[in-house]
Design a protein around this ligand. Sequence first.
Ligand SMILES: [Zn+2]
Length: 442
Amino acid sequence: MRNLINRLDAICHPFPGIHVLGLISSILFITAVLWPTVGETGGQSDQTMPIPTLAKTLKTNRQLAPQSEPFIIRTERVQAGDSLSRLFSRQHLKPRLLHTLTQAEQGNRRISRLNVGQTIEFRYSGETLVELAVIQSPFQQTVAIHAEGEWSIEQRQRDPEIYIEHARATIDSSLFVAGAQAGLPDNLIMELADIYGHVIDFVHEIRKGDQFTVTFEKRYLDGVFIEYGNILATEFVNSDEAFLAVRYTDSQGDTGYYDENGVSLKKAFLRAPLNFRRISSNFSHSRKHPVTGVRRPHRGTDYAAPTGTPVYAAGDGKIIHRGAKGGYGKTIVMKHGTTITTLYAHLSRYGKFRTGQQVKQGQVIGYVGSTGLSTGPHLHYEFIFNGVHRNPRTILDKLPKAKRLPQTEITRFEHLAELLIASLNAQRNNVELAFQTITKPK
Ligand SMILES: [Zn+2]
């Protein structure tokens, strides 16, 4: 058991800095894997572990705020155009003191680089400034300290306490509604959509009854929830097809999501070549033509989206046309290798790339509009394989193969994937058991 925990710790957190509590999170995680009978219900995330269990871990963390002396703390929030000297004058502190402080700056230990929105704490003993803290995040601050007549600057860091949680949801009306019902914030749902952005078209392919299970991190300090962390593993069942994704950081430090065989979920083409964040999350399955309003065989996919929504290159390739194209209006055509062409129509304007230029997947080539034969702003997208219009999902095996983890990474990946997949399965089986109990006739 101990070996297993250490192994998972090493696998989950191969880099120092975020792993002081890796062991704790691993224990919680193992607990979740081996004792998954916490009474959760469908559409609900697990209960977190009771807060007191965290108390033990706090001794390993350095305190960020001074504890021994009762400082008087006056807080400034950095506004646009603010500099440290302006904050100093707001605090009625002498410019010469600021000069002395900045002289203590060294390397990345700097207090004079401020970002708008940052909090600066002026900590006084009586009327004397003894500490100045630039709060970078709940986990990090840079502090200038006055001790024995001298100023020095240090970085203070704390590692978050990481909890592993699970959530499971069935989509009824939209991905976001289902996510919210499962207790997931929008940004985690967006991350989920990003993870699957190469395999599922979240605008057109999401169906009522689709399900997802997510294993994710929650970060705490002193038992107080601070923020959501990474999605560690997830399964998305879309129209009865299951897509598994496991987060993995390789020995080079590159992080990606891989299926159970270690094949990257990043494919050669994006499924929906535009910023999904800008599109209304509700279903829009109707293939009605936006102008004629009737259903008819359509040679492409329409994405209703606000004018100005960025349009991405679906894959690496070369722009072979940029200009007006009859009813298509402002149009970009890209060539990807010898067999695949993509087309983006009705644009309001183009990105910075011109005809003949090579473009990488995800780069902005234009913006949604309503030029040409179109009544409302939308992107008309075509994917053409060997001269025939195709849905890229149905010809996945003919498209360039996605990256698979090299043999040197596979062993470590498989260990991690095994545990995470077991946890996802436990989660799913639990819910099904619960359903059985409920629906069993008396
Ligand atoms: Zn169209």
